[in-house]
Design a binder for this molecule. Structure first.
Ligand code: MLT
Length: 201
């Protein structure tokens, strides 16, 4: 998968997954803000929809192509495992951060692959799949950044996602903001606080 890797000077790694229409450079600004000494791995989604990069196909806005979602979830998961070997990334110290479509595939990795990542930040996520058995996520610390007025990810869907993760014992922190589907500076500040509580930066 097309990606950027920058070697850092500490053992932590920030993994970034962009939103629809973005690419691997979109979220790089957060590296500086969150932990500029960490390794950085930022990946471009392999699906193109009308010229826009995505991590999996959808049937229409908000309706996912489940078969492709499952296929792409495994593809991305396998790529991250392979990259972690190639770049000597310690998975236990990897913090995966996804926005919108990137958050949705990250959520899908969690519900399909269990405790594979310990630290996951989902910015404006939706429920990736319903009616499947989800493994326990008791080793996973999850940050959710959500908009109370997000027209793409309605508040009720965020609440549904929170209760799904709570039901499988993940440690979850939620920051509600008022900037629609956008990542606000308030949200980034909450994300930095969450990160700093996980590690002593
Ligand atoms: C998705 O398709 O993953 C969601 O609708 C969010 C987005 O449009 O990227």
């Amino acid at each position: 998968m097309k990606h950027i890797f920058i070697k850092g000077t500490n053992e932590r790694t920030l993994l970034f997954l962009h939103g629809t229409g973005g690419d691997e450079s979109d979220m790089l600004f957060m590296h500086k803000l969150i932990d500029s000494n960490a390794n950085l791995l930022s990946i471009r989604g392999n699906v193109i929809e009308n010229g826009m990069n995505r991590f999996f196909k959808r049937l229409k806005e908000g309706v996912f192509d489940e078969e492709d979602l499952v296929f792409r979830t495994d593809e991305l998961y396998n790529f991250v495992i392979k990259a972690s070997k190639e770049y000597q990334i310690t998975l236990d110290k990897l913090v995966a951060i996804g926005y919108s479509n990137g958050a949705n595939i990250l959520g899908s990795i969690l519900i399909h692959h269990g405790n594979v990542f310990k630290y996951v930040a989902l910015l404006h996520p939706m429920v990736p799949r319903r009616n499947i058995v989800i493994p326990t996520l008791s080793d996973v610390n999850i940050f959710i950044g959500a908009g109370i007025n997000d027209s793409l990810c309605p508040l009720s869907e965020t609440e549904e996602l929170i209760s799904i993760f709570e039901s499988v014992d993940s440690k979850i922190e939620v920051a509600w903001t008022n900037a629609g589907h956008k990542i606000s500076s308030e949200e980034i500040n909450s994300l930095i606080k969450w990160y700093n509580n996980l590690f002593t930066v």
